[in-house]
Design a protein. Structure first.
Length: 182
């Protein structure tokens, strides 16, 4: 689903970006429950598409969608993975390299999403909450792409908490990609 500012007309996705699991708010039967307020007109220079990567199936499909879209519009793709020290966990926190763990997760997800490795992606690792990291990275971006849900505890939810938060607070248009049902 694409969450669009209310003053823009809904349009069909560019060729190659449509799928049964991605709908445009206002242009399909998928209702738009949140609206992202856009801070200004889109730039006519080469754009940037930010995509959230957490290793989940939904984020892998989001990467694939973002790369297809960026190729059509001539934009760069920035994959953002975040990490933060857990509040408490029962394991010795100093024995885990959290940043390297995030790099490993991102690398595996990008390899799975783009097995031919031919697409150039800017890989960014950020120490922050996922929603905050994505909103910050989306500053100046043309588009923010996220999976409908990641590794959260509520598997039955239509949207995860991160996708809901970025849809409500991102400074650009947000695309929420739902995994294909097989």
């Amino acid at each position: 689903m694409v969450i669009r500012p209310p003053h823009r007309l809904a349009a069909r996705p560019p060729p190659g970006c449509e799928s049964p699991s991605v709908g445009l708010a206002g242009a399909s039967s998928v209702p738009a429950h949140q609206v992202v307020r856009h801070s200004g007109p889109m730039s006519t220079t080469k754009g940037r598409v930010v995509v959230g990567v957490d290793g989940s199936d939904a984020s892998i499909e989001a990467v694939q969608w973002a790369v297809r879209y960026a190729a059509l519009v001539g934009a760069d793709v920035e994959a953002v993975t975040s990490w933060a020290f857990p509040a408490s966990s029962g394991v010795a926190l100093d024995t885990i390299d959290w940043e390297q763990n995030a790099r490993d997760i991102q690398g595996a997800a990008l390899s799975q999403a783009l097995p031919d490795g031919s697409d150039h992606i800017i890989a960014t690792i950020v120490e922050d909450h996922p929603a905050a990291a994505l909103i910050a990275a989306a500053g100046g971006a043309e588009l923010l792409v996220v999976g409908s849900r990641g590794h959260g505890a509520f598997a039955g939810m239509l949207l995860g908490s991160v996708s809901q938060h970025v849809a409500a607070h991102a400074p650009c248009v947000v695309v929420v990609v739902r995994p294909q049902l097989v």
